[in-house]
Ligand binder design. Structure first.
Ligand SMILES: [Zn+2]
Ligand SMILES: [Zn+2]
Length: 252
């Protein structure tokens, strides 16, 4: 059984077919899908999907792109739903200096505020970092008291060396469709990830794996990510190891 630890059925492209996707999960070997919010409305949607469909879970939070929209009222909402059994983490939070859709200082402030919030709510964190791994590491080191409940660097694209540092902070790394691309140059990173910190994700509808590039990504394509990692990691049973890791981290 596979777990897609990072999906967006709360995206308008997938929302209309969420029921259909859920109904085919058993035949696709998918045991659970964790839908991740990126702002207040998408967090609410992730949670309402999780209430509607048994194998779905929700992560609630403000993405670095949307950091400029974050309000105290949003944080109060995340707090109010934090004891809901279907809310399994705070995310996706972090830094995205590639798109820079929110000012960098605002991104940093909202990232740290949500690290603190997650800790107060006794939840792990799902992190989105792009073109800012060095600074993200610094922030996480300074705030490692907030990482007591663990977390994951989603769609990890940093170096092998930095991965070691994130792992030493107790964090996991999650890999998705990007690793199936022909030009993917970081096999060594996937190979170096400790087995007990490895997670699988699709980030659907984005990041569609080979051979479906150009189409909308779907949770079922996670099997392609599993197969690719299995090629590189004959030492472990990727499906069972990553499923155990996801269950432990997200307490599901
Ligand atoms: Zn992301
Ligand atoms: Zn995402």
């Amino acid at each position: 059984m596979l777990i897609d630890t990072h999906a967006h059925l709360n995206d308008e492209r997938l929302l209309p077919i969420a029921g259909e996707i859920v109904s085919t999960m058993p035949q696709k070997g998918l045991g659970a899908i964790i839908n991740v919010g990126f702002d207040r409305p998408s967090s609410e949607l992730a949670l309402s999907l999780a209430h509607t469909y048994e194998p779905l879970y929700a992560v609630v939070g403000i993405h670095p792109h949307d950091a400029k929209t974050a309000t105290q009222d949003d944080y109060r909402y995340f707090e109010s739903v934090s004891t809901d059994k279907k809310v399994v983490a705070i995310g996706e939070i972090g830094l995205d200096f590639y798109y820079d859709l929110s000012d960098r200082d605002v991104q940093q402030r909202v990232f740290i505020e949500q690290l603190e919030l997650a800790h107060a709510l006794k939840l792990p964190v799902v992190m989105h970092v792009r073109d800012a791994y060095g600074l993200a590491l610094e922030i996480l080191k300074e705030n490692n008291r907030f990482l007591e409940y663990g977390g994951v660097m989603h769609c990890y694209a940093g170096s092998k060396e930095l991965l070691k540092d994130f792992v030493s902070l107790g964090l996991h790394a999650s890999f998705g469709g990007v690793i199936t691309f022909k030009n993917f140059a970081k096999q060594e990173v996937v190979k170096s990830c400790p087995a007990d910190r490895l997670l699988l994700e699709t980030d659907c509808p984005y990041m569609t794996p080979v051979p479906y590039r150009g189409k909308t990504n779907m949770p079922e394509y996670i099997s392609l990510v599993r197969d690719k990692i299995q090629e590189w990691r004959p030492d472990i049973d990727v499906e069972s190891v990553t499923t155990q890791n996801a269950k432990r981290l997200f307490n599901i």
